[in-house]
Ligand binder design. Structure first.
Ligand SMILES: NC(=O)c1ccc[n+]([C@@H]2O[C@H](COP(=O)([O-])OP(=O)(O)OC[C@H]3O[C@@H](n4cnc5c(N)ncnc54)[C@H](OP(=O)(O)O)[C@@H]3O)[C@@H](O)[C@H]2O)c1
Length: 320
């Protein structure tokens, strides 16, 4: 039985479809989560400088790689360039800092975390004035050109973007010397991303769906686009009962069977193991359609906090 399946990226690299999310996994706990995940077959680990836990994840990588049998080339490690480092001269130092924290000498995939640049204020990932994040209008195309050089230098094997809309992606594709391998966006039963999945498939890019479990513990004030907790949805629960699986496993399988990668976050060993057991059953076409019909355009991570909704490059101007 497969413990994961792979997507082939335009660069020819293979990305495991199932990964471990690490946002909100605190240092002290995330090390154990990463170790449990790798021991239970996860090979794709989704990190980001912004999550403020890369140093702790680096400890886990060092331990696992030292103990074996997993080798560096077996892992697919992803990190993300934070919005404060969009100025071209800041891109390489930001990547080097992430590599140092993760205790690695290359990343498998480096994503631009969003198209929206913000001010680079040392030690502050969300610099603010009057309750608003200090924005910059650095063009993400210029940031991309600096990311291409990271591939040339062997610091990253592959590059991509997160939270870009289709127009932004089209513009990037039109100038890119190295095409983006991956688009990472929110994707679950309430936000099925039909248009972006079709677009990335047509461009032969891979799509990674974040917040597959609808991010029930997201730390944002309540907003109009909030999704319900998908694990409590009666439709999801009914399908779970039929397969003898948990609602979380149904939500993860929904993304896997849609031909995309997905990165459920968990810091709880029992959940991490449960979430990996999604390759021993199949949802029927009718069940997939039922799950797709739950789409309502909800977004757990709308990125419009602290005035970011007014950013020149804010991506979510309309529902896909
Ligand atoms: N690029 C971006 O802008 C972006 C934005 C958001 C997220 N992401 C990435 O995507 C990952 C996943 O998204 P997310 O963290 O927003 O949310 P998520 O994966 O949809 O949900 C995580 C929540 O579900 C719980 N959970 C996990 N497995 C469970 C299970 N089997 N049964 C019951 N509850 C379970 C977790 O609690 P426990 O920890 O206790 O299991 C946690 O509270 C992130 O961690 C991050 O790596 C990227």
């Amino acid at each position: 039985m497969a413990s994961t399946t792979f997507l082939t990226l335009p660069s020819g690299k293979k990305m495991p479809q199932l990964g471990l999310g690490t946002w909100l996994s605190p240092p002290g706990i995330v090390q154990g989560a990463v170790e449990v995940a790798i021991k239970n077959g996860y090979r794709h680990i989704d990190c980001a400088y912004f999550y403020d836990n890369e140093g702790a994840i680096g400890e886990a990588f060092e331990k696992v790689l030292k103990e074996g049998p997993v080798k560096r080339e077996d892992l697919f490690v992803v990190s993300k360039l934070w919005n404060s480092y969009h100025a071209p001269e800041d891109v390489k130092p930001a990547c080097l800092e992430t590599l140092k924290l993760l205790r690695l000498d290359y990343l498998d995939l480096y994503l631009m975390h969003s198209p929206m640049g913000i001010k680079n204020v040392k030690g502050d990932t969300l610099p603010q004035k009057d309750g608003k994040v200090l924005q910059t209008d650095v063009d993400y195309v210029d940031t991309w050109k600096a990311m291409e050089k990271l591939v040339d230098e062997g610091l990253v094997k592959s590059i991509g973007v997160a939270n870009f809309n289709q127009c932004q992606l089209e513009r990037l594709l039109s100038i890119a010397r190295i095409k983006p391998d991956v688009l990472q966006v929110e994707r679950h039963v309430y936000q099925i991303q039909r248009a972006l999945i079709a677009f990335t498939k047509a461009k032969k890019m891979a799509l990674t769906g974040y917040s597959p479990l609808t991010s029930p513990k997201r730390p944002f004030p309540p907003g109009p686009l909030d999704p319900k907790n998908g694990m409590e949805d009666p439709v999801v629960k009914e399908i779970a009962k039929k397969h003898g699986k948990s609602p979380a496993q149904i939500l993860i399988r929904f993304n896997i069977q849609s031909g995309i990668a997905t990165i459920p976050k968990s810091q709880t060993p029992a959940h991490i193991i449960e979430n990996s057991k999604v390759f021993d059953f199949r949802l029927t076409d009718e069940e997939m359609k039922k799950l797709e019909s739950l789409h309502c355009g909800a977004r757990a991570v709308a990125w419009d906090i602290l005035g970011m909704g007014t950013h020149k490059h804010y991506p979510f101007t309309k529902d896909e």
